[in-house]
Design a protein around this ligand. Structure first.
Ligand code: HAM
Length: 432
Protein backbone atom coordinates (compact mmCIF):
# COMPACT_ATOMS: atom_id res chain seq x y z
CA UNK A 1 0.00 0.00 0.00
CA UNK A 2 1.22 3.52 -0.76
CA UNK A 3 2.31 5.63 2.21
CA UNK A 4 -0.31 8.10 3.41
CA UNK A 5 0.55 11.71 2.61
CA UNK A 6 3.11 13.28 4.93
CA UNK A 7 3.63 16.83 6.20
CA UNK A 8 6.10 19.00 4.25
CA UNK A 9 9.74 18.51 5.31
CA UNK A 10 10.62 20.92 8.10
CA UNK A 11 6.95 21.62 8.95
CA UNK A 12 5.55 19.90 12.00
CA UNK A 13 2.28 18.96 13.60
CA UNK A 14 1.98 19.92 17.25
CA UNK A 15 0.40 16.76 18.63
CA UNK A 16 -2.15 16.59 21.46
CA UNK A 17 0.48 15.46 23.97
CA UNK A 18 2.50 18.60 23.15
CA UNK A 19 -0.23 21.23 23.11
CA UNK A 20 -0.49 21.59 26.92
CA UNK A 21 3.09 22.89 27.01
CA UNK A 22 2.34 25.31 24.14
CA UNK A 23 -0.81 26.53 25.86
CA UNK A 24 0.98 27.06 29.15
CA UNK A 25 3.69 29.10 27.42
CA UNK A 26 1.09 31.14 25.53
CA UNK A 27 -0.86 31.81 28.73
CA UNK A 28 2.32 32.91 30.56
CA UNK A 29 3.24 35.24 27.68
CA UNK A 30 -0.26 36.69 27.46
CA UNK A 31 -0.25 37.46 31.18
CA UNK A 32 3.21 38.95 31.14
CA UNK A 33 2.82 41.22 28.11
CA UNK A 34 -0.36 42.54 29.70
CA UNK A 35 1.53 43.27 32.89
CA UNK A 36 4.02 45.34 30.84
CA UNK A 37 1.17 46.93 28.87
CA UNK A 38 1.87 45.55 25.40
CA UNK A 39 -1.13 45.20 23.06
CA UNK A 40 -1.58 42.29 20.67
CA UNK A 41 -1.43 42.86 16.92
CA UNK A 42 -2.40 40.17 14.38
CA UNK A 43 -0.64 40.34 11.05
CA UNK A 44 -1.07 38.58 7.69
CA UNK A 45 1.06 35.54 6.89
CA UNK A 46 1.70 36.83 3.38
CA UNK A 47 3.26 40.17 2.46
CA UNK A 48 4.74 41.69 -0.66
CA UNK A 49 8.24 40.34 -1.29
CA UNK A 50 9.58 43.90 -1.48
CA UNK A 51 8.80 44.43 2.21
CA UNK A 52 11.31 41.75 3.25
CA UNK A 53 13.89 42.66 0.62
CA UNK A 54 13.84 46.28 1.82
CA UNK A 55 13.92 45.45 5.54
CA UNK A 56 15.81 42.21 6.19
CA UNK A 57 18.35 43.11 3.48
CA UNK A 58 19.06 41.77 0.00
CA UNK A 59 22.43 40.29 1.04
CA UNK A 60 21.14 38.16 3.93
CA UNK A 61 20.67 34.38 3.96
CA UNK A 62 16.94 34.86 4.51
CA UNK A 63 16.37 37.00 1.43
CA UNK A 64 19.01 35.34 -0.75
CA UNK A 65 17.93 31.77 -0.28
CA UNK A 66 15.31 31.07 2.38
CA UNK A 67 12.10 32.86 1.46
CA UNK A 68 8.97 31.11 0.25
CA UNK A 69 8.24 33.49 -2.60
CA UNK A 70 5.63 33.05 -5.32
CA UNK A 71 3.72 34.99 -7.89
CA UNK A 72 -0.03 35.06 -7.30
CA UNK A 73 -2.78 35.07 -9.93
CA UNK A 74 -2.47 38.84 -10.36
CA UNK A 75 1.24 38.53 -11.08
CA UNK A 76 2.17 40.08 -7.69
CA UNK A 77 5.36 38.84 -6.01
CA UNK A 78 4.41 37.62 -2.54
CA UNK A 79 6.29 35.95 0.31
CA UNK A 80 5.28 33.83 3.29
CA UNK A 81 6.64 35.95 6.13
CA UNK A 82 10.05 34.75 7.34
CA UNK A 83 9.78 36.95 10.47
CA UNK A 84 7.38 39.42 12.09
CA UNK A 85 9.25 42.69 12.60
CA UNK A 86 8.91 43.93 9.02
CA UNK A 87 5.16 43.20 8.96
CA UNK A 88 4.65 44.78 12.35
CA UNK A 89 6.36 48.01 11.35
CA UNK A 90 4.55 47.97 8.00
CA UNK A 91 1.24 47.83 9.89
CA UNK A 92 2.34 50.56 12.32
CA UNK A 93 3.22 52.86 9.40
CA UNK A 94 0.16 51.96 7.36
CA UNK A 95 -2.25 52.70 10.22
CA UNK A 96 -0.33 55.61 11.75
CA UNK A 97 -0.06 53.74 15.06
CA UNK A 98 3.09 55.56 16.10
CA UNK A 99 1.95 58.98 14.95
CA UNK A 100 2.62 61.35 17.87
CA UNK A 101 2.49 58.44 20.26
CA UNK A 102 4.49 55.49 21.44
CA UNK A 103 3.35 51.96 20.81
CA UNK A 104 4.07 48.67 22.60
CA UNK A 105 2.96 45.65 20.58
CA UNK A 106 3.27 41.87 20.54
CA UNK A 107 2.29 39.11 18.12
CA UNK A 108 2.63 35.40 17.69
CA UNK A 109 2.37 33.03 14.80
CA UNK A 110 4.15 30.89 12.27
CA UNK A 111 7.15 32.10 10.24
CA UNK A 112 8.56 30.38 7.15
CA UNK A 113 12.17 29.95 6.09
CA UNK A 114 13.49 27.40 3.62
CA UNK A 115 16.46 26.41 5.78
CA UNK A 116 18.09 22.99 6.02
CA UNK A 117 15.88 21.27 8.61
CA UNK A 118 17.52 19.83 11.70
CA UNK A 119 16.83 19.61 15.42
CA UNK A 120 15.58 23.07 16.47
CA UNK A 121 15.59 24.43 12.92
CA UNK A 122 12.40 24.16 10.93
CA UNK A 123 10.87 25.55 7.76
CA UNK A 124 7.70 26.54 9.57
CA UNK A 125 8.33 27.63 13.13
CA UNK A 126 6.48 29.70 15.69
CA UNK A 127 7.63 33.04 17.03
CA UNK A 128 6.35 35.26 19.79
CA UNK A 129 7.47 38.79 18.97
CA UNK A 130 7.44 41.94 21.10
CA UNK A 131 8.11 45.38 19.56
CA UNK A 132 8.11 48.98 20.83
CA UNK A 133 7.98 52.17 18.74
CA UNK A 134 8.71 55.82 19.29
CA UNK A 135 11.15 55.33 22.17
CA UNK A 136 14.75 56.30 21.29
CA UNK A 137 16.34 55.99 24.75
CA UNK A 138 17.89 52.91 26.33
CA UNK A 139 15.14 52.47 28.95
CA UNK A 140 12.98 50.55 26.48
CA UNK A 141 15.95 48.38 25.46
CA UNK A 142 16.28 47.45 29.13
CA UNK A 143 12.52 46.98 29.57
CA UNK A 144 12.35 44.47 26.72
CA UNK A 145 15.30 42.52 28.06
CA UNK A 146 13.79 42.52 31.56
CA UNK A 147 10.47 41.32 30.13
CA UNK A 148 12.18 38.38 28.46
CA UNK A 149 14.16 37.57 31.62
CA UNK A 150 10.91 37.71 33.58
CA UNK A 151 9.33 35.22 31.20
CA UNK A 152 12.17 32.72 31.70
CA UNK A 153 11.62 32.97 35.47
CA UNK A 154 7.87 32.37 35.07
CA UNK A 155 8.57 29.32 32.95
CA UNK A 156 11.08 27.94 35.46
CA UNK A 157 13.90 28.21 32.92
CA UNK A 158 17.32 28.97 34.39
CA UNK A 159 20.75 29.11 32.87
CA UNK A 160 20.10 31.07 29.67
CA UNK A 161 22.91 33.45 28.71
CA UNK A 162 22.17 36.98 27.55
CA UNK A 163 24.60 38.06 24.84
CA UNK A 164 24.70 41.78 24.26
CA UNK A 165 26.28 44.00 21.64
CA UNK A 166 25.80 47.29 19.85
CA UNK A 167 25.97 47.72 16.09
CA UNK A 168 26.12 51.51 16.20
CA UNK A 169 24.48 53.82 13.70
CA UNK A 170 24.68 53.25 9.92
CA UNK A 171 27.51 55.80 9.57
CA UNK A 172 29.50 54.29 12.46
CA UNK A 173 28.98 50.87 10.96
CA UNK A 174 30.06 52.05 7.50
CA UNK A 175 33.37 53.31 8.89
CA UNK A 176 33.88 50.07 10.75
CA UNK A 177 32.94 48.02 7.70
CA UNK A 178 35.65 49.74 5.66
CA UNK A 179 38.30 48.84 8.26
CA UNK A 180 36.99 45.30 8.59
CA UNK A 181 37.20 44.78 4.83
CA UNK A 182 40.78 46.13 4.81
CA UNK A 183 41.67 43.71 7.61
CA UNK A 184 39.94 40.66 6.10
CA UNK A 185 41.21 41.32 2.58
CA UNK A 186 44.76 40.66 3.82
CA UNK A 187 43.63 37.12 4.65
CA UNK A 188 41.20 36.65 1.73
CA UNK A 189 42.92 33.45 0.61
CA UNK A 190 42.35 31.89 4.06
CA UNK A 191 38.63 32.60 4.06
CA UNK A 192 36.16 29.86 3.13
CA UNK A 193 34.01 30.29 0.01
CA UNK A 194 31.05 31.61 1.96
CA UNK A 195 33.13 34.25 3.74
CA UNK A 196 34.88 35.26 0.51
CA UNK A 197 31.50 35.93 -1.00
CA UNK A 198 30.41 37.85 2.10
CA UNK A 199 33.55 39.96 1.97
CA UNK A 200 31.92 41.66 -1.01
CA UNK A 201 28.26 41.57 0.07
CA UNK A 202 27.97 41.52 3.87
CA UNK A 203 31.39 41.46 5.60
CA UNK A 204 30.02 41.83 9.15
CA UNK A 205 28.38 38.42 8.83
CA UNK A 206 31.85 36.87 8.57
CA UNK A 207 32.24 37.65 12.30
CA UNK A 208 29.36 35.25 12.91
CA UNK A 209 31.03 32.38 10.99
CA UNK A 210 30.90 29.03 12.80
CA UNK A 211 33.95 27.75 10.85
CA UNK A 212 36.60 26.89 13.52
CA UNK A 213 39.38 27.48 10.98
CA UNK A 214 38.45 31.18 10.97
CA UNK A 215 38.17 31.58 14.76
CA UNK A 216 41.63 33.11 15.34
CA UNK A 217 41.35 35.41 12.38
CA UNK A 218 37.97 36.65 13.58
CA UNK A 219 39.16 37.02 17.18
CA UNK A 220 41.90 39.39 16.03
CA UNK A 221 39.60 41.48 13.78
CA UNK A 222 38.82 45.11 14.63
CA UNK A 223 35.71 45.50 16.85
CA UNK A 224 32.81 47.80 16.11
CA UNK A 225 32.63 49.22 19.62
CA UNK A 226 35.92 51.02 18.91
CA UNK A 227 34.19 52.95 16.09
CA UNK A 228 31.23 54.24 18.10
CA UNK A 229 30.69 57.94 18.60
CA UNK A 230 29.69 59.44 21.92
CA UNK A 231 25.92 59.13 21.63
CA UNK A 232 26.04 55.43 20.76
CA UNK A 233 28.58 54.78 23.50
CA UNK A 234 26.37 56.57 26.02
CA UNK A 235 23.29 54.62 24.91
CA UNK A 236 25.11 51.33 25.38
CA UNK A 237 26.63 52.32 28.72
CA UNK A 238 23.26 53.46 30.04
CA UNK A 239 21.64 50.18 29.00
CA UNK A 240 24.33 48.23 30.80
CA UNK A 241 23.85 50.35 33.93
CA UNK A 242 20.11 49.62 33.83
CA UNK A 243 20.65 45.88 33.47
CA UNK A 244 23.22 45.93 36.27
CA UNK A 245 20.80 47.79 38.54
CA UNK A 246 18.05 45.29 37.75
CA UNK A 247 20.37 42.35 38.41
CA UNK A 248 20.27 40.89 34.88
CA UNK A 249 23.59 39.31 33.96
CA UNK A 250 24.90 39.58 30.40
CA UNK A 251 27.94 38.78 28.33
CA UNK A 252 29.30 41.50 26.03
CA UNK A 253 29.86 39.83 22.69
CA UNK A 254 31.42 42.11 20.06
CA UNK A 255 30.99 39.35 17.43
CA UNK A 256 27.20 39.30 17.76
CA UNK A 257 25.99 40.71 14.44
CA UNK A 258 22.57 39.08 13.82
CA UNK A 259 21.38 37.71 10.48
CA UNK A 260 19.08 40.59 9.53
CA UNK A 261 20.36 43.92 8.26
CA UNK A 262 17.95 46.34 9.89
CA UNK A 263 19.58 46.62 13.31
CA UNK A 264 21.11 49.77 14.78
CA UNK A 265 22.76 50.04 18.19
CA UNK A 266 21.51 47.44 20.68
CA UNK A 267 21.36 43.78 19.65
CA UNK A 268 20.94 40.79 21.95
CA UNK A 269 20.39 37.06 21.99
CA UNK A 270 19.41 34.64 24.73
CA UNK A 271 21.32 31.40 24.25
CA UNK A 272 21.49 27.98 25.84
CA UNK A 273 23.87 25.07 25.55
CA UNK A 274 21.21 22.40 26.19
CA UNK A 275 19.97 22.41 22.57
CA UNK A 276 23.19 21.77 20.64
CA UNK A 277 23.78 23.84 17.52
CA UNK A 278 20.49 25.78 17.49
CA UNK A 279 21.12 27.43 20.84
CA UNK A 280 19.51 30.85 20.33
CA UNK A 281 16.03 30.82 21.85
CA UNK A 282 15.25 34.53 21.62
CA UNK A 283 16.85 37.37 19.71
CA UNK A 284 16.30 40.98 18.83
CA UNK A 285 17.51 44.53 18.84
CA UNK A 286 16.94 48.12 17.87
CA UNK A 287 16.07 49.17 14.31
CA UNK A 288 15.79 52.95 14.31
CA UNK A 289 16.37 53.31 10.56
CA UNK A 290 13.81 50.81 9.34
CA UNK A 291 10.71 53.02 9.29
CA UNK A 292 12.47 55.48 6.99
CA UNK A 293 13.72 52.60 4.84
CA UNK A 294 10.12 51.47 4.37
CA UNK A 295 9.07 54.92 3.24
CA UNK A 296 7.79 56.25 6.57
CA UNK A 297 8.92 58.99 8.94
CA UNK A 298 11.77 58.27 11.35
CA UNK A 299 10.33 56.12 14.12
CA UNK A 300 12.66 54.41 16.56
CA UNK A 301 11.86 50.72 16.95
CA UNK A 302 13.15 47.86 19.05
CA UNK A 303 11.98 44.34 19.76
CA UNK A 304 12.75 40.67 20.00
CA UNK A 305 11.29 37.34 18.96
CA UNK A 306 11.23 34.07 20.84
CA UNK A 307 11.57 30.78 18.95
CA UNK A 308 8.70 28.88 20.53
CA UNK A 309 9.84 25.36 19.55
CA UNK A 310 13.28 26.10 20.96
CA UNK A 311 12.14 27.59 24.26
CA UNK A 312 9.76 24.66 24.73
CA UNK A 313 12.62 22.24 24.06
CA UNK A 314 14.68 24.00 26.73
CA UNK A 315 11.76 23.85 29.12
CA UNK A 316 11.23 20.14 28.45
CA UNK A 317 14.94 19.47 29.05
CA UNK A 318 15.17 21.55 32.24
CA UNK A 319 11.72 21.46 33.80
CA UNK A 320 10.06 18.34 32.34
CA UNK A 321 6.93 17.78 30.31
CA UNK A 322 3.58 19.44 30.92
CA UNK A 323 0.76 16.93 31.34
CA UNK A 324 -2.67 17.30 29.74
CA UNK A 325 -5.31 18.28 32.28
CA UNK A 326 -7.19 15.24 33.49
CA UNK A 327 -10.80 14.41 32.80
CA UNK A 328 -13.24 14.90 35.64
CA UNK A 329 -16.17 12.85 34.40
CA UNK A 330 -16.93 10.10 31.90
CA UNK A 331 -20.58 9.76 30.98
CA UNK A 332 -21.32 6.21 29.89
CA UNK A 333 -24.30 6.02 27.55
CA UNK A 334 -25.43 2.40 27.32
CA UNK A 335 -27.62 1.98 24.24
CA UNK A 336 -29.24 4.18 21.60
CA UNK A 337 -31.94 5.60 23.94
CA UNK A 338 -29.30 6.47 26.53
CA UNK A 339 -27.23 8.24 23.87
CA UNK A 340 -30.19 10.54 23.08
CA UNK A 341 -30.85 11.37 26.72
CA UNK A 342 -27.13 11.35 27.60
CA UNK A 343 -26.10 14.01 25.10
CA UNK A 344 -28.84 16.31 26.39
CA UNK A 345 -27.77 15.60 29.99
CA UNK A 346 -24.10 16.23 29.20
CA UNK A 347 -24.94 19.66 27.78
CA UNK A 348 -26.92 20.56 30.95
CA UNK A 349 -23.98 19.46 33.09
CA UNK A 350 -21.47 21.45 31.05
CA UNK A 351 -23.68 24.54 31.30
CA UNK A 352 -23.92 24.14 35.07
CA UNK A 353 -20.20 23.37 35.59
CA UNK A 354 -18.26 25.33 32.98
CA UNK A 355 -14.87 24.27 34.39
CA UNK A 356 -15.69 20.57 34.27
CA UNK A 357 -13.96 18.32 31.74
CA UNK A 358 -16.50 15.69 30.70
CA UNK A 359 -16.31 13.10 27.96
CA UNK A 360 -19.27 11.10 26.70
CA UNK A 361 -18.65 7.46 25.85
CA UNK A 362 -20.38 5.15 23.36
CA UNK A 363 -19.84 1.52 22.33
CA UNK A 364 -20.34 -1.82 24.02
CA UNK A 365 -20.84 -1.89 27.78
CA UNK A 366 -17.50 -3.63 28.25
CA UNK A 367 -15.64 -1.16 26.06
CA UNK A 368 -17.20 1.85 27.80
CA UNK A 369 -16.19 0.59 31.26
CA UNK A 370 -12.69 -0.10 29.97
CA UNK A 371 -12.46 3.41 28.45
CA UNK A 372 -13.68 4.96 31.71
CA UNK A 373 -11.09 3.02 33.74
CA UNK A 374 -8.27 4.17 31.49
CA UNK A 375 -9.47 7.75 31.15
CA UNK A 376 -8.05 9.02 34.42
CA UNK A 377 -11.44 10.58 35.24
CA UNK A 378 -12.59 10.89 38.84
CA UNK A 379 -16.15 9.79 38.16
CA UNK A 380 -18.00 7.46 35.82
CA UNK A 381 -21.64 8.49 35.42
CA UNK A 382 -23.67 5.64 33.98
CA UNK A 383 -26.85 6.04 32.02
CA UNK A 384 -28.43 2.65 31.17
CA UNK A 385 -32.00 1.55 30.57
CA UNK A 386 -32.82 1.28 34.33
CA UNK A 387 -31.51 4.78 34.99
CA UNK A 388 -33.37 6.14 31.97
CA UNK A 389 -36.64 4.66 33.18
CA UNK A 390 -36.14 6.07 36.69
CA UNK A 391 -34.70 9.48 35.69
CA UNK A 392 -31.48 8.65 37.61
CA UNK A 393 -27.75 8.23 36.99
CA UNK A 394 -25.41 5.75 38.66
CA UNK A 395 -22.18 7.34 39.85
CA UNK A 396 -19.04 5.23 40.27
CA UNK A 397 -16.01 6.70 42.05
CA UNK A 398 -12.98 5.71 39.99
CA UNK A 399 -10.25 7.12 42.22
CA UNK A 400 -11.53 6.48 45.73
CA UNK A 401 -12.79 3.51 47.69
CA UNK A 402 -16.37 4.58 47.88
CA UNK A 403 -19.56 2.69 47.08
CA UNK A 404 -21.33 3.67 43.92
CA UNK A 405 -24.58 5.61 44.29
CA UNK A 406 -27.63 6.10 42.16
CA UNK A 407 -28.96 9.65 42.26
CA UNK A 408 -31.69 11.64 40.53
CA UNK A 409 -30.41 13.34 37.36
CA UNK A 410 -31.17 16.76 38.80
CA UNK A 411 -28.86 16.05 41.77
CA UNK A 412 -25.93 15.07 39.59
CA UNK A 413 -24.34 18.54 39.51
CA UNK A 414 -24.08 18.55 43.32
CA UNK A 415 -22.67 15.02 43.39
CA UNK A 416 -19.99 15.93 40.84
CA UNK A 417 -19.10 19.15 42.63
CA UNK A 418 -18.82 17.24 45.84
CA UNK A 419 -16.50 14.61 44.37
CA UNK A 420 -14.26 16.94 42.34
CA UNK A 421 -12.79 19.64 44.59
CA UNK A 422 -11.44 21.85 41.77
CA UNK A 423 -15.01 22.47 40.55
CA UNK A 424 -15.62 25.00 43.27
CA UNK A 425 -19.06 26.42 44.02
CA UNK A 426 -18.34 29.72 42.25
CA UNK A 427 -17.78 27.93 38.94
CA UNK A 428 -21.23 26.36 38.83
CA UNK A 429 -24.36 28.36 38.20
CA UNK A 430 -26.48 25.75 39.94
CA UNK A 431 -28.59 25.29 36.81
CA UNK A 432 -30.03 21.82 36.52
P1 HAM B 1 15.73 35.86 14.26
O1 HAM B 1 17.00 35.81 15.01
O2 HAM B 1 15.79 35.59 12.80
O3 HAM B 1 15.10 37.29 14.53
O4 HAM B 1 14.69 34.86 14.90
C1 HAM B 1 14.33 34.96 16.26
C2 HAM B 1 14.26 33.57 16.87
O5 HAM B 1 13.40 32.74 16.13
C3 HAM B 1 15.59 32.83 16.86
O6 HAM B 1 16.40 33.22 17.94
C4 HAM B 1 15.13 31.39 16.99
O7 HAM B 1 14.85 31.09 18.36
C5 HAM B 1 13.84 31.39 16.22
N1 HAM B 1 14.07 30.84 14.87
C6 HAM B 1 14.59 31.48 13.80
N2 HAM B 1 14.66 30.65 12.74
C7 HAM B 1 14.19 29.46 13.14
C8 HAM B 1 13.99 28.19 12.51
N3 HAM B 1 14.28 28.00 11.21
N4 HAM B 1 13.46 27.18 13.23
C9 HAM B 1 13.14 27.35 14.55
N5 HAM B 1 13.29 28.53 15.19
C10 HAM B 1 13.81 29.57 14.51
C11 HAM B 1 13.92 37.71 14.02
O8 HAM B 1 13.13 37.00 13.42
C12 HAM B 1 13.61 39.15 14.35
N6 HAM B 1 12.32 39.50 13.74
C13 HAM B 1 13.59 39.36 15.84
C14 HAM B 1 13.29 40.78 16.20
C15 HAM B 1 12.11 41.28 16.63
N7 HAM B 1 14.13 41.79 16.14
C16 HAM B 1 13.52 42.90 16.49
N8 HAM B 1 12.27 42.60 16.78
Amino acid sequence: MAQPLQAIRGMHDVLPAQTPAWQRLEAAVRQLVQAYSYAEIRLPLVESTTLFERSIGAATDIVEKEMYTFTDRNGDRLTLRPEGTASCLRAVLQHGLAHNQTQRLWYQGPMFRHERPQQGRYRQFQQIGVEAYGLPGPAIDAELILLSAHLWRRLGIRGLTLQLNTLGTPSERARYREQLVVYLTQYADQLDADSQRRLQTNPLRILDSKNPALADLIAAAPVLTDYLEEASQAHFAQLQAMLDAAGVAYVLNPRLVRGLDYYTRTVFEWTTDVLGAQGTVCAGGRYDGLARQLGGRDIPGIGFAIGVERILAVQAALVGTVQSPELHVCLLMLGAEAEIAGLALSERLRAALPQMRLQTLVGSVKSQFRQADRSGASLACILGSDELAAGTVTVKYLREERAQVTVAQDQLTDVIRDAVPDLSEKNGSGVR
